[in-house]
Design a protein around this ligand. Structure first.
Ligand code: ARG
Length: 464
């Protein structure tokens, strides 16, 4: 019987006709899942060692298989491996090559396992290390933000609601808001490691295996924390894929909000920050232009991250248990999202290192739009011992007066103010000082300079 000859699929005895060439071209996943080669070989080696330990294969066969697998790994690293679409995916490509290298003994490697458990074991391992890489990038982003924050504790800017000047804040306080977001992202990714630590290997096609395998051994060797409890769920489950794609989506969302903030601040209408030449691009027709393309790129890429998540959710919706070919698309979505978030985080870090703050303009702008009106209302409550709503009305009249006379609140004289509320004292004028306003926001988590200093200290301890 012709067995496992090159260029013939393993199922050639059962399926004698050549398969559709169009389907072979598009149905093969080798160009995507070849990225899993290291994990696939690692998993096969551990599986082989377990088969030997359990006396399912001989010492000689075990050694031959492991030797062959290591040789294949070297071939792939040295780019001497011929990936072929005929053998569908990374698992079959490696098995086929193993036959070429060690002969028929290669036929023992697939004892007690299926590609169905193999592929998700590989993918889970890949996701574990990729998750850690993303976390490291998040740490370096947070460190960059912390550094800029430290240099800008006393940099005053307008805080916005509805993109209208609202209240003065410290620029550092604004940036630290992003530390909170990226911290949550890191926690989200880290949390995913819990389900990623369940080992599906040994679930085989869907029902487990009659061979006396030792799943605890492979679990330990592959550094998982426990074997999965249900073989049907194990091969059907892609929750860990959704979790990853969701975590990337939320992280992307945060990056896009940051990007949008910077795009607005860099705009000619705002001019609060200036992007260095390293992170702008020019126009093909307008010689004067310096456009914030990298920031727009970050904002735009968030769409693809959501798309990948929605694709996976849709693939899984109503899919019966257990394995179906539909699931094969999971890897392309994961790899695309991973590449995108990695590049985005790298670009974001470059942006953080290549912009300057126009502190004077920020301060000026923070004084526009009656941003200390709430401070005045708060002061009136305390000074005149009246309700906030009543103080709010008095303040509104003062703001109306300032607007009518084209003055800032800080330009008003004490006489102007007393015309509206005669009970107010001369000291009220100090309320319009932007620094005083910020200093007064001492409530926990508020923008007071002292609070920010403490928060930076706390973050420095946490982010390592
Ligand atoms: N390439 C396949 C995938 O990624 C591996 C599992 C194939 N299993 C099967 N029964 N066709 O999903």
């Amino acid at each position: 019987m012709k067995q496992n000859k090159n260029n013939i699929p393993v199922w050639n005895v059962r399926i004698s006709k050549n398969g559709s060439t169009v389907f072979q071209k598009v149905g093969s996943s080798i160009n995507i899942d070849r990225r899993l080669y290291k994990e696939d070989i690692q998993v096969s080696i551990v599986h082989t060692e377990m088969l030997f330990k359990q006396k399912i294969i001989s010492f000689k066969v075990k050694n031959k298989i492991i030797w062959g697998l290591n040789k294949i790994k070297n071939e792939i690293i040295k780019k001497k491996f011929n990936f072929s679409t005929i053998h569908e995916d990374i698992h079959m490509n490696i098995e086929k090559r193993l036959f070429e290298i060690i002969g028929d003994d290669a036929g023992f490697v697939h004892t007690g396992r299926s590609r169905n458990d193999q592929v998700i074991t590989d993918l889970k391992l890949w996701l574990q290390s990729s998750t850690k890489e993303i976390n490291n990038l998040l740490i370096s982003i947070m460190k960059s933000i912390l550094k800029i924050s430290e240099d800008n504790i006393k940099t005053i800017m307008p805080g916005f609601t509805h993109l209208k000047n609202a209240q003065p804040i410290s620029f550092a306080h604004y940036l630290l808001a992003y530390i909170e977001m990226f911290k949550r992202d890191k926690n989200r990714f880290t949390h995913n490691l819990i389900t990623l630590s369940e080992n599906p290997l040994g679930s085989a096609a869907l029902s487990g295996t009659s061979f006396n395998i030792d799943r605890n051994y492979t679990t330990k060797k592959l550094k998982f924390s426990k074997p999965t409890d249900n073989s049907i769920d194990a091969v059907s489950d892609r929750d860990f894929v959704i979790d990853f794609l969701y975590s990337v989506s939320v992280c992307s969302l945060h990056i896009s909000r940051f990007a949008e903030d910077f795009i607005i601040w860099n705009s000619d209408a705002f001019k609060l920050i200036k992007l260095n030449d390293k992170i702008v691009t020019g126009s093909s027709i307008m010689p004067q232009k310096k456009n914030p393309d990298p920031l727009e790129f970050l904002r735009g890429k968030t769409g693809s991250a959501y798309g990948n998540l929605i694709s996976m959710l849709t693939i899984l919706k109503g899919l019966p248990l257990s394995y179906f070919k539909d699931l094969q698309d999971d890897k392309e979505l994961v790899f695309k999202s991973y590449d995108q978030i990695k590049y985005s985080l790298q670009i974001l870090n470059e942006i953080l290192k290549n912009f300057s703050v126009d502190k004077k303009r920020m301060y000026e702008f923070a004084g526009e739009g009656y941003t200390t009106a709430t401070d005045l209302a708060d002061y009136i409550v305390k000074d005149l011992k009246i309700s906030f709503r009543r103080a709010y009305e008095i303040t509104s009249s003062i703001v109306n007066y300032a607007e009518k006379n084209k003055k800032r609140l800080s330009d008003l004289s004490i006489n102007d103010i007393k015309k509206i509320e005669p009970r107010l004292k001369d000291e009220v004028i100090e309320i319009f000082d932007l620094k005083n306003s910020i200093k007064s926001k001492k409530s926990y988590g508020g923008t007071a300079f002292e609070n920010i200093k403490k928060m930076i200290k706390k973050y420095k301890k946490e982010i390592k």
